[in-house]
Every structure is written in C-alpha cells, then in structure tokens.
Design a protein around this ligand. Structure first.
Ligand SMILES: Nc1ncnc2c1ncn2[C@@H]1O[C@H](COP(=O)(O)OP(=O)(O)O)[C@@H](O)[C@H]1O
Ligand SMILES: [Mg+2]
Length: 278
C-alpha cells in the first residue's frame, strides 16, 4: 500500500477500528431494502453491511437481482433504506449527494453534443466556474486517453471511447467517491481489458474511493483491493476477500499471479453456491 491508499486496510476486520480518526468513505450498516409494488413485496437487501475505506477500491460481485445496483443507489442517496444507515464520510446520506460520481453500464451521452460538451454537462448542472471546468476537462481528456476525440459526437465514438466520456463526466467535480455499476459490461473483451488497466491507473493517480459492481470475476480481482461477494436475493455480503496483489498491477503479470487464481477460484466457488453470476 502506498500514498493515498495506505488507510485502506484500516477498515478490514474489527469494525471498531473504523471509528475515530479514520472515517469510512462509504458505510452501509445493517441495511435492508424492501420494495413494494402493488401487492407484492421484494426484500432486495437483507440486513447487510459494507464499509469502504478512504481511497479503497472495492468491487461487488453477486448473482443477478441480488441488490448490487440497490447498494450503489443507497450510497448515492437515490434510494433510502427500509432500515439501517448509510453514510459517506460519517455524514448520513439523506438524499442525492454531490460528493459522488456515478457511472452506469450505458454511457448515456447526449447524441447532439460533442464529447467535450457531454463532459461539460456536469459543470453546467453544478454551476461550476467555466474556466476551472474547462481546465479540468482538458486534464480528464488527457488522463483518459480521449485526446483528439474531444470534438467527436457520440455516434463517431467506439463503445470504449463513449464510456471514457462518461467517466470524465463522473470525475469532473472531483468526487471523493466514484460509484460504477457494471460500467464495462457492454464492451468487447479486449476493450474491457484496456479500460480495466486505465481505470486502475486512474484510481492510483487520483486516490478516489471506488465502489464497482461487476459481473466479471476477473475484472473484480484485477481492479479491487477487496471484493465483496453477495448472496442471491435477499442480498447480503457473505464474504469480503482481500486481494493480495500489489497496487501497481501489470495486466499480464496479474493474470498469471497465483494470488489472482486463488481469489478468482474462491469467488467462483462462492457464487456457484449462490446460483452463479449474472
Ligand atoms: N424500484 C424497484 N421497485 C421494485 N423492485 C425493485 C426496484 N429496484 C430493484 N428491485 C428489485 O430488487 C431486486 C434487486 O435489484 P437490483 O439491485 O437491481 O439487483 P442487481 O443489480 O444485483 O441485479 C430485484 O429483484 C429487483 O427486481
Ligand atoms: Mg444491477
């Protein structure tokens, strides 16, 4: 562990260690979520707990419909829990929060705006200073490898490029927490690998706390410092694995690392018992 990430391990193990000086970036404590639709009721999350330390990269893997997206929506304040508490940096989440960035499976770009103008939407919504926003957009375009594509329209961009634009848009206001819901699920395998490498580098460079939902076990293990595995619905975190790989992760070297194989096998076994992954 180095630099911005050296507090990450503090929250593993004894929950009491999380109190005091090191506030968790995300704390989901004993949360249940019940959806009521007409006469039926769905218990989506059942008394589940997940804590993410500042600067940590945590991936969530679980069967389809187990409440992964629901967990992210709770953290973003888009949904209130039926019971339990959700907080970001020790302040309870009671509504939509400005200190998060959100990336969805679909890039959801406006077709009539260029890449640059799509990223700028975040600045417009948040009424950011135009000069500062433009400088930040330049920085993000550079960081995500979008240079040369700033003025392209979404239909002129590949899926990977579109997702880079969505990532820039989510990072524009420098949110300390980035929530990602299957962000690379629609990409081809090779593009997905490239995006994994880029995202991991961006995480190292920015120190942003990242909570990522993925249905790729390899992606979860390559990217994360910890992987939370969820049970089938009603969902709860059944095991959290520490990934014993260095922060600096060469893709090919990681794939052949015994620690990578051990972690992916463990997760596969856990999910097999839960009826697979979506
Ligand atoms: N707004 C909603 N109203 C009713 N049921 C919902 C709503 N959102 C999610 N659900 C249900 O809650 C469960 C968990 O959903 P979700 O968090 O989207 O699962 P996942 O992302 O793990 O596939 C599913 O059974 C889903 O149908
Ligand atoms: Mg989902």
């Amino acid at each position: 562990m180095t630099g911005a990430h050296d507090q990450a391990g503090v929250l593993d193990g004894d929950p009491a260690a999380a109190d005091g000086a090191t506030a968790a970036a995300v704390r989901i404590e004993d949360v249940s979520v019940r959806f009521r639709a007409r006469k039926t009721e769905v218990l989506a999350l059942d008394d589940t707990t997940l804590r993410v330390g500042r600067g940590e990269f945590v991936a969530i893997a679980g069967p389809s419909g187990c409440g992964k997206s629901t967990l992210l929506k709770l953290a973003a304040g888009l949904l209130r829990p039926s019971s339990g508490t959700v907080s970001l940096f020790d302040s309870e989440v009671t509504g939509p929060r400005a200190d998060i960035g959100y990336v969805f499976q679909r890039a959801a770009l406006l077709e009539w705006r260029t890449a640059r103008r799509n990223i700028a939407i975040q600045a417009e919504i948040r009424r950011m200073d135009t000069g500062a926003a433009n400088r930040r957009i330049d920085e993000l375009i550079e960081m995500t490898g979008l240079a040369g594509f700033e003025d392209a329209y979404p239909h002129e961009l590949s899926g990977g490029m579109q997702q880079r634009v969505a990532l820039c848009r989510a990072l524009l206001h420098r949110p300390p927490v980035l929530l990602m819901d299957e962000p690379f699920g629609a990409l081809d395998a090779l593009t997905r690998e490239q995006m994994n490498v880029e995202l991991h580098r961006i995480w190292r460079e920015t120190g942003t706390t990242i909570l990522l939902v993925t249905h790729s076990i390899a992606e979860a293990v390559y990217l994360a410092g910890r992987v939370a595995v969820m049970s089938a619905r009603p969902g709860r975190v059944i095991e959290t694995l520490d990934i014993e790989l260095p922060d600096q992760r060469d893709y090919a070297a990681t794939m052949s690392d015994p620690a990578f194989a051990a972690a992916t096998n463990r997760i596969r076994r856990l999910l097999g018992a839960e009826g697979g992954i979506d």
